[in-house]
Design a protein around this ligand. Structure first.
Ligand code: PMT
Length: 314
């Protein structure tokens, strides 16, 4: 490690420590720890350690008031994370799905837009009926979801704010550290880069009578190097890089690979992220394209990443 990288690590470390010291305490932190402990215990059993992956999904919010009326949000729908979680379960991984409340969920990705009210009907006796054209899809989703949860392969942990997200990520990382190189992080969540520190945040609703609002946002410390170096040093780490300017995308992905010690960076552009991503590693860049409207790009993506993870383990 050169001296610039060493001082970067120290800065990330002290930024992370100060962020956590000043963040509001995580609601249900004890319950989350209990759920993680049980999930880890169940998946550590057996002769061959199972692969475990933490999939983060959806966008974090930045509250502007402690008794929050307003917040800053971003565009992420959580579709990528939800679809990927399904394919990781299919590949035999235990999945910890850290997701934004209300975002897309594994096995019912069609629900937020087309609610169940569009799927079901009432017959003359007011019994719930699923029309034939949807019945097979709904049956498959219910079966696969309950199987994943019943087999102990899916644990869902919701977050809303940037404070909750980073605290949960730390809890997950330290809980699955015992899986060593068999653990993976797949960081598809769109994490806020700027926030209002809790202690300088207005306690009550900001009044419009005060005139135009002038607000300074602090930088959220990047947790990637802390995750990599301290919380889960043996884990296989996949981060995402989203840009709007195609000219800087791969260069930024290369930089993230080096700066944060990621094993893979998945680079995507806002304009076509549902159609195409580039898997960037130290040795190669592989473009993955969705072949048809009926296919999930995440199926290919997860397939390639689980192969890379196996190489890493071996
Ligand atoms: O949810 P969908 O609508 O399906 O969209 C999917 C997606 C486009 C959001 C996803 O494919 C994606 O690109 N996610 C990452 C978006 C993002 O936050 O990019 P970034 O360049 O700002 O951050 C890069 C990485 O740093 C991310 O893996 C993030 O986890 C991490 N990060 C970011 C900010 C921060 N303060 N700390 C971090 O650790």
């Amino acid at each position: 490690m050169d001296s610039t990288e060493a001082s970067m690590t120290e800065m990330d470390h002290s930024g992370a420590t100060s962020f956590f010291q000043k963040a509001p305490p995580l609601k249900n932190g004890d319950l989350i720890s209990e759920k993680l402990k049980e999930f880890v215990r169940r998946n550590l059993e057996g002769v061959t350690p199972r692969g475990i992956v933490c999939v983060t999904s959806g966008g974090t919010t930045v509250p502007l008031e402690q008794r929050c009326v307003r917040y800053i949000d971003n565009f992420s729908s959580g579709h990528r994370g939800a679809a990927s979680a399904e394919y990781f379960v299919k590949a035999g991984y235990a999945v910890i799905f850290v997701h934004r409340c209300g975002s897309y969920q594994p096995y019912c990705r069609y629900l937020p837009e087309d609610s169940f009210l569009d799927f079901v009907q009432l017959d003359e006796a007011s019994n719930i009926q699923v029309p034939d054209d949807h019945a097979a899809t709904v049956r498959k989703a219910i079966r696969e979801y309950h199987k994943a949860v019943g087999d102990g392969l899916l644990l869902k942990l919701p977050f809303t704010t940037i404070f909750e997200y980073l605290q949960i990520l730390q809890l997950v990382a330290t809980s699955i550290n015992c899986f060593g190189c068999h653990s993976m992080f797949y960081l598809a969540a769109a994490v806020s880069d700027f926030y209002v520190p809790w202690e300088s945040m207005a306690k009550h609703k900001i009044q419009s009578a005060g005139g135009p609002l002038d607000m300074r946002l602090n930088q959220v410390p990047k947790m990637l190097s802390v995750l990599r170096k301290e919380w889960a040093p043996a884990a296989f780490c996949v981060s995402f890089k989203l840009e709007t300017d195609p000219d800087i995308l791969t260069q930024k992905a290369d930089a993230a690979l080096k700066k944060y010690g990621m094993h893979v960076v998945v680079a995507n552009l806002l304009a076509n992220y549902k159609e195409e991503v580039v898997i960037v590693t130290q040795n190669e860049k592989t473009t993955v394209r969705r072949k048809s409207k009926d296919e999930d790009l995440e199926e290919q993506l997860v397939g390639l990443l689980t192969e890379r993870h196996s190489d890493y383990i071996n």
